[in-house]
Write a protein that binds this ligand. Structure first.
Ligand SMILES: Cc1ncc(COP(=O)(O)O)c(C=O)c1O
Length: 374
């Protein structure tokens, strides 16, 4: 095991901005597969809700309750089988993660965040911003957390174990036993378990179970509608805190943001009420097909790759072509495909390149890769 403590300065400007800017500057046509912006339609009811909101009376255009519109929190609470008082509606899952991490630091029970490697880069970035440290523990070959190694790395310094399932970038979906073990590690070290479930609607394995079902007063679950409703620009998410941790999180949310966008909350609420489950099933079906044809083409390119059980990213490893920023830029220039360098996620997958399957041109990208590496 090589748990690694990082300074994280490189996250000051997320690497994906750099890659996207590079791709935008080139003259040639590039298939963008860098960031996780869905390319499909949001639920129809979301657009209806937004249209209707445009004609709302002036009082309805003013501050919503800081912790979120009451009827939205109640709708979420009913769906998640938790008390609405535990929910804070946030500016996306990103803010929910920030609140959860800040809460872990405020407990004064350690300053370290125990993470996986590869890791969603905003976690170590936030850890540093909050004055904490990030320790990354390489995942198993399956992409699942190495529970034994994480237990060994944990200590009273650990403020929180922070994981993401279904996982970006590995595509792993953690089984219940794994998440229970991570909770035990948190309990043994007086830490919290923070679980980012933003890809909860993209489980192809049928194995995903929310950490809310653990019913523990150490678990904070964060998620949002960015991906499930294809609206990363709306900025609506939420965190579910245990009762004893929620008030301070609400205060921080209020002091930092005042509140979360009201039109976004109104539209999301309408979409929650009216969207049939088929909407989510169809999206999953479309992604399954994309993944299958993309990975078929990766076979033709002689690449090793991950087949995601969840989320919508494929990691690929090409011979003698490690996932450095320089190689990603080469791929943009010479193949016309933009991915995300594996080194952005840590060391464990630094030989790999991540491709976000959120473009209708995924097949074309795969053919370009096959031609380039053949
Ligand atoms: C693991 C993970 N968490 C959080 C986010 C951000 O989600 P949101 O748009 O809801 O803030 C992303 C976006 O890519 C993500 O991959």
């Amino acid at each position: 095991m090589s748990a690694d403590e990082t300074a994280n300065d490189e996250y000051d400007e997320p690497l994906f901005f750099q890659v996207m800017q590079y791709a935008a500057r080139t003259d040639r046509d590039v298939v963008g597969m860098v960031s996780g912006n869905p390319d499909w339609e949001p639920p129809a009811a979301l657009r209806d809700g937004l249209r209707e909101y445009a004609d709302a009376d002036p009082p309805q255009l003013q501050y919503p309750a800081s912790e979120g519109l009451r009827y939205l929190r109640e709708e979420i609470a009913a769906r998640r089988n938790v008390d609405a008082s535990r929910i804070v509606v946030t500016n996306g899952t990103g803010e929910a993660n920030y609140l959860a991490m800040a809460r872990a630091m405020e407990r004064d029970a350690g300053r370290e965040f125990l993470l996986t490697d590869p890791v969603y880069p905003y976690y170590p970035g936030k850890a540093t911003m909050l004055g904490g440290t990030a320790t990354k523990v390489p995942v198993l070959e399956s992409g699942a957390p190495d529970v034994a190694a994480m237990r060994e790395a944990a200590s009273p310094e650990t403020a929180a174990v922070l994981v993401n399932t279904p996982n970006n970038p590995t595509g792993a979906v953690y089984d219940r036993e794994t998440v229970e073990s991570l909770l035990e590690i948190a309990e043994e070290n007086d830490a919290l378990l923070l679980v980012d479930e933003v890809y909860d609607h993209f489980d192809f394995s049928g194995e995903f179970e929310s950490a809310l079902t653990l019913d523990s007063d150490r678990v904070v679950v964060t998620t949002g509608f960015s991906k499930s409703m294809a609206i990363t620009g709306f900025r609506v998410g939420y965190a579910v805190f245990p009762n004893h941790l929620v008030e301070a999180a609400k205060t921080r949310h209020m002091l930092v943001n005042v509140a979360t966008t009201r039109p976004g909350q109104v539209a999301v609420h309408r979409a929650l009420e009216e969207t049939p489950t088929e909407y989510y099933e169809e999206t999953r079906g479309m992604l399954r097909e994309r993944i299958a044809s993309f990975t078929d083409a990766l076979d033709a390119a002689g690449a090793t790759y991950t087949t995601p059980k969840g989320a919508f990213y494929v990691m690929a490893r090409f011979e003698d072509f490690p996932g450095t920023i320089a190689n990603v830029e080469r791929l943009i220039d010479e193949a016309g495909v933009a991915g995300m360098p594996g080194e952005a996620f840590g060391e464990a997958y630094d030989d790999w390149i991540r491709f976000a399957l959120v473009t209708p041109r995924a097949d074309e990208a795969a053919e370009r890769l096959a031609d380039y590496f053949a």
